[in-house]
Design a protein around this ligand. Structure first.
Ligand SMILES: C[C@@H](C(=O)O)C(=O)SCCNC(=O)CCNC(=O)[C@H](O)C(C)(C)COP(=O)(O)OP(=O)(O)OC[C@H]1O[C@@H](n2cnc3c(N)ncnc32)[C@H](O)[C@@H]1OP(=O)(O)O
Ligand SMILES: [Co+2]
Length: 137
């Protein structure tokens, strides 16, 4: 794990939360992006080396929608930047962590992502992110 790539925060209303976090952080989000595969719309704030990712569900089947059925808006996951996501998945499997999607999937902000089940990570939903480099497209 090279650094915390982002902190994912589940929100009910992206526009409202964008305005709140702009006040909190003293800067506006630098992008919004829909991720069809996760049925979310995201917005990103750069905070030093890491980011804050706000996530709003775009349909009721979204993991974010399901989360907000049971829990209040708040910190949803921690994402770590990794050099080689396949190698990291193998390493973590060997360490006994439960991988939710062994095959990396498309995330936001030009990343391939994998999630670990929170029941094997002390109750924290963990996301691994690998930058999709230009020559691997
Ligand atoms: C755009 C992308 C990106 O950055 O590139 C994203 O981040 S997309 C971010 C959205 N996509 C994802 O999160 C994809 C991965 N997430 C998932 O597959 C799911 O949300 C699960 C983590 C498997 C949870 O699914 P679901 O809520 O249906 O299962 P469940 O209700 O049985 O929950 C199983 C247990 O996990 C707990 N649980 C659920 N969500 C949790 C969360 N975010 N953090 C910590 N614990 C969590 C529940 O309280 C429950 O604990 P108890 O059994 O003790 O009650
Ligand atoms: Co994320």
């Amino acid at each position: 794990m090279r650094k915390i790539e982002h902190i994912g925060i589940a929100v009910q209303d992206l526009e409202e939360s964008n305005a709140l976090f702009a006040k909190l952080l003293g800067k506006k989000h630098f992008k919004t992006e829909k991720v069809e595969g996760e049925a979310v719309e995201t917005s990103f704030f750069q905070v030093g080396e890491t980011k804050v990712e706000l996530l709003q569900a775009t349909n009721p089947n979204s993991a974010i929608a399901k989360y907000l059925e049971k829990k209040k808006p708040g910190v949803h996951h921690i994402a770590f930047d990794v050099e080689n996501i396949e190698a990291e998945v193998e390493r973590l499997k060997g360490e006994g962590f439960e991988i939710l999607n062994e095959t990396p999937k498309q995330g936001a902000d030009n990343k391939l992502v994998v999630f670990l089940h929170p029941r094997t990570t002390n109750g924290v939903l963990v996301e691994l992110c690998q930058e999709i480099s230009v020559n691997s497209k």
